[in-house]
Design a protein around this ligand. Structure first.
Ligand SMILES: [Mg+2]
Length: 341
């Protein structure tokens, strides 16, 4: 397989800039794998929290050209084997591994004239109800964002060390949506027993990642104190992490770019269920390509938080739609998305 790597700066729509301090733009990597007249696409959305940079991912992918050259992919088992072997080339970058894994899935599905979902799970993808996220916002921003999300069934609010419940109450009152609150590791000083009770009364379904991963040892106490389920995000990166979650978290937010692609994401969802955990699939700021791969994983999870492409002002891929919180995939072969001309 021939490999071609591109880097592209993506910008959020004005309304959803992550914060006014940051420009909010991201650099994502797009990978083409071509063989026998078929091209498969992959993407990575490197995130600094996991020590990933676009530059690093690009150079690791380029270094893997000879690995790609020698690959012969004919079955799903070949993809799984290539995924395991690829770690030798991509370690420690799960983002690079993700882009490569996605391109293999897209390539094989296109070659067979099937959706990736049919190839992986035996059936075409169903539409997915997704959370849409409201970041930390001042009052005016919160009003405007809430207005835009009116009628959406699921809304996630980001929280910080202040654990301000007023925005949650506001969104609950205005929209009637089911809510989730993502504490982004910042609730070390928060009384989880009290706060979870108040959030439950506002219709919140779960709390995400109250403490940083370094404090996972405190999570059994937190889980016992909370009246709401608690999902891991930063505390659950890879397949191995899932094994450590029972007794600490109720479920986990897997992301393709954290764990190394669709191959491990499907395995994590399956293993999570076996352990009695609630799997969910989330995203970074990413194009319709990575979101379309997330939709495949979402067929196996209880929740999806796949608003990344919808938040973009300049999505370089087209094919799926997000209307009123419902993601509808295209049923063309592969992930069902094509680059915008
Ligand atoms: Mg999160």
């Amino acid at each position: 397989m021939k490999l071609n790597v591109m880097i592209r700066t993506l910008h959020p729509r004005n309304l959803f800039r992550i914060s006014r301090a940051a420009r909010g733009e991201v650099q994502n990597i797009f990978l083409q794998l071509s063989d026998q007249g078929v091209t498969g696409w992959g993407e990575a959305s490197p995130n600094a929290f996991y020590d990933e940079t676009a530059r690093n991912v690009v150079s690791l992918l380029n270094d893997a050209a000879s690995f790609a050259e020698g690959l012969n992919i004919e079955t799903v088992a070949d993809i799984e084997e290539a995924w395991a072997e690829s770690w030798r080339w991509f370690a420690p970058s799960r983002a690079a591994q993700c882009a490569f894994d996605l391109a293999l899935w897209d390539w094989l599905a296109r070659k067979r004239g099937k959706t990736v979902c049919e190839l992986a799970l035996g059936a075409p993808p169903h539409p997915v109800r997704t959370f849409c996220t409201i970041g930390i916002s001042d009052e005016l921003e919160l009003q405007r964002k809430t207005g835009e999300l009116n009628g959406f069934p699921l809304i996630k609010l980001k929280s910080d060390a202040l654990a301000d419940l007023a925005p949650v109450a506001y969104v609950a009152r205005k929209t009637g949506a089911k809510l989730a609150v993502d504490a982004n590791c910042a609730w070390g000083e928060v009384n989880l027993r009290e706060v979870s009770r108040e959030l439950a009364q506002l219709g919140v379904l779960f709390i995400e990642q109250p403490l940083p991963p370094a404090d996972d040892g405190l999570m059994p106490g937190c889980l016992a104190a909370s009246v709401l389920p608690i999902m891991a995000d930063e505390s659950c990166v890879t397949r191995e992490d899932v094994e450590r979650l029972p007794g600490r978290f109720s479920g986990f937010n897997l992301k393709l770019v954290k764990c190394g692609g669709l191959t491990p994401a499907l395995a994590m969802a399956k293993r999570g269920r076996e352990l009695g955990l609630t799997p969910m699939v989330g995203c970074m700021l990413e194009s319709s390509l990575l979101i379309a791969a997330g939709i495949v994983a979402a067929q196996q999870t209880d929740y999806a938080d796949l608003d990344g492409a919808w938040l973009l002002g300049d999505d370089p891929f087209a094919g799926l739609t997000l209307n009123q919180g419902i993601l509808r995939p295209d049923l063309r072969p592969g992930f069902g998305v094509e680059p915008e001309r």
